[in-house]
Design a protein around this ligand. Structure first.
Ligand code: 13P
Length: 250
């Protein structure tokens, strides 16, 4: 059985005091959870305070990005090494907003993964097609390219610390969720591809999260799909009540 993961990507939101307040509420409301992983990803400046707020709770800490070198003359960057130092267990890599706005390529994303593998961080690798790509029938080839590029030269053993998040770009922040069938089709394709690229064990153990307008009222149906192992939640992770309900999907 794959342990589900519900991860909240707070994106560029919340001050230190707001992050601390939300994290404290979540730690209190979710203290009994042990059958699923819970992850929250505040902005860099809030990581230390959030780490303190969720200490001794089942909630894990993620960063939203990292630089593909460990340390040195890289002004303004943060590496996996320092994310681990501040208390992160996870790092999100390759989010579509960074691919679009900061022109991140699969090659750069792959380099970030390899640097993260030198630490104990677990990685949430995000992939997903745009609406144009879906409408022009390129969805599966885009996903294949992102998986093959992002995971280039990654070993089966290293895949133990990788989680995939399928986030169709057209469903992010739009209120348009993929239907359960659309999401399941993409997840099954990704799992089959991982079996080809690695082996059956990797494919059957890896968690594949769905992201894109996950809300309290659609999470249950999504989580019933065979190949959906959790959710990466944006907007609805900013409200304690909504995120708690999503974590408590049934
Ligand atoms: P929304 O849940 O706001 O659509 O965002 C999804 C997302 O991008 C999570 O990484």
């Amino acid at each position: 059985m794959r342990k589900p993961i519900i991860a909240g990507n707070w994106k560029l939101n919340k001050t230190i005091s707001e992050s601390t307040e939300l994290a404290t509420q979540l730690a209190h409301s979710l203290s009994d959870i042990n059958d699923r992983e819970i992850v929250i990803a505040p902005i860099f400046t809030c990581l230390a305070a959030t780490a303190a707020a969720i200490d001794n709770s089942p909630i894990q800490l993620a960063a939203q990005n990292c630089y593909p070198e460990t340390s040195g003359a890289f002004t303004g960057e943060i590496s996996p090494y320092f994310l681990q130092d501040v208390g992160c267990q996870y790092v999100i890599i390759g989010h579509s907003e960074r691919r679009q706005l900061l022109l991140e390529t699969d090659a750069l994303i792959n380099k970030k993964l390899h640097t993260a593998f030198t630490t104990e961080l677990k990685i949430i690798l995000c992939i997903g097609e745009t609406l144009d790509q879906r409408d022009s029938g390129q969805m599966l080839s885009v996903l294949e390219q992102q998986i093959k590029g992002g995971l280039a030269n990654v070993t089966a053993a290293q895949m133990n610390s990788v989680v995939i998040a399928y986030e169709p770009v057209w469903a992010i922040g739009t209120g348009k969720t993929a239907t359960t069938e659309q999401a399941q089709e993409a997840h099954q394709f990704i799992r089959n591809l991982l079996q080809q690229l690695f082996n059956l064990e990797v494919a059957s153990q890896i968690r594949i999260l769905y992201g894109g307008s996950v809300k309290p009222d659609n999470v249950d149906a999504l989580m019933k799909q065979e190949d959906i192992d959790g959710a990466l939640v944006g907007g609805a992770s900013l409200k304690a009540e909504d995120f708690v309900r999503i974590v408590r999907f049934n």
